[in-house]
Design a protein around this ligand. Sequence first.
Ligand code: ASP
Length: 407
Amino acid sequence: MKKKLGLPAQIAIALVAGIVFGLICYFANIASFTTNYLKPFGTIFVNLLKFIVVPVVLLSMIDGIVSMGDMKKVGSVGWKTVAYFLCTTAIACVIGLVIANIFNGANLFPVLQNAEGAEWTGKTSQNFMDTLVAIFPDNMWKSFSSADMLQVIVISLLLGGGILAAGEKAKMAKDLVSTLYAVIEKVMTFIISLSPIGVFTMMTWVVATQGPKILGSLGLVLLCAYIAYILHAVLVYSASASAFARINPLKFFKGAAPAMIFAFTSTSSAATLPVSEECASDLGAEKSISSFVLPLGATINMDGTAIYQCVATIFLATCSGIHLTLGQMVIIVITATLASIGTAGTPGAGMIMLAMVLTAMGIDVNMIMIIYGVDRLFDMGRTCLNVTGDISCSLCVTQWEKKRLQK
Ligand code: ASP
């Protein structure tokens, strides 16, 4: 019996086939064929992504908050861990935005045909107070049906907080959220399993309509993300492991390497968990701490994902001819931080949450098609970084706890 090709291999084949077919259509001048007959399949795929994004954000955020509720049990370890996660994720966003803006400033990101002069259509206005007011929903269903992601996040925070506050009485709500989340995760896996079709049709269409130049742009945006990933790993993780846990950077990366390689190839922080646990304990993390920090990290600490979302947002905004202001960048930092928290530790999940960031920023979600074909390449790097962050956190918290107990 022939073995079925795995999803990564299928995606790689679809990517190459899409590029080749797209180039043929471009040079044969039949780009309109791809627009009329291939792009619609890509659109179906993007519609499915759009359909899943509200339930995923809602349920995964509530689930995340409820799981943090157990933090009371772990007390100071919990707060230190979450503080580390939040600070490093915010720094990751800033690094991502700075590098992306350098690339953008050097005119390395393209403005696509027909996109010049596109209007900023974000729901967020320039006025800070209006922006603030617009984040708070007056009608939950309206927020869901218009996929107003900032409002959906606020609703998730409120409902998650409510479940925690209600304690034992909310047990059913807590269980309901985790059951529904399990269902939605399955649906998400199904949608992701359609990726090869999405990748082929989108890649063909993008290359056929934009020409070979777009391949260079995709290479550049990948390079941009990887520079940011590496900078973050060196500047934040190895530096914090060396400053707080007294582990020298070389030793840190050598110790974390097995998990990093596993994450790079599997593109799932959740699946990498057993390897991360081993690496963390080899590097000196205390078992009781890493067994709390690592699973929580694999669920909510996704700095690679945050960087990717920032870089991709700037890239796609430029492609659409939208120029983002400093204020809008601040909103990207906040949404990408929250989006990365809501990202599941599974392959391709970060891309679904990118749809949320784009929606929140008023950028057409269909633009995802442009980079979707190479998402796997982004995902490898971002998952690798995500896992490294969890290991570094477990080492720092181990050290902080030791110091606290010595006092
Ligand atoms: N694949 C990533 C992870 O598991 C999530 C993502 O797609 O960004 O960490």
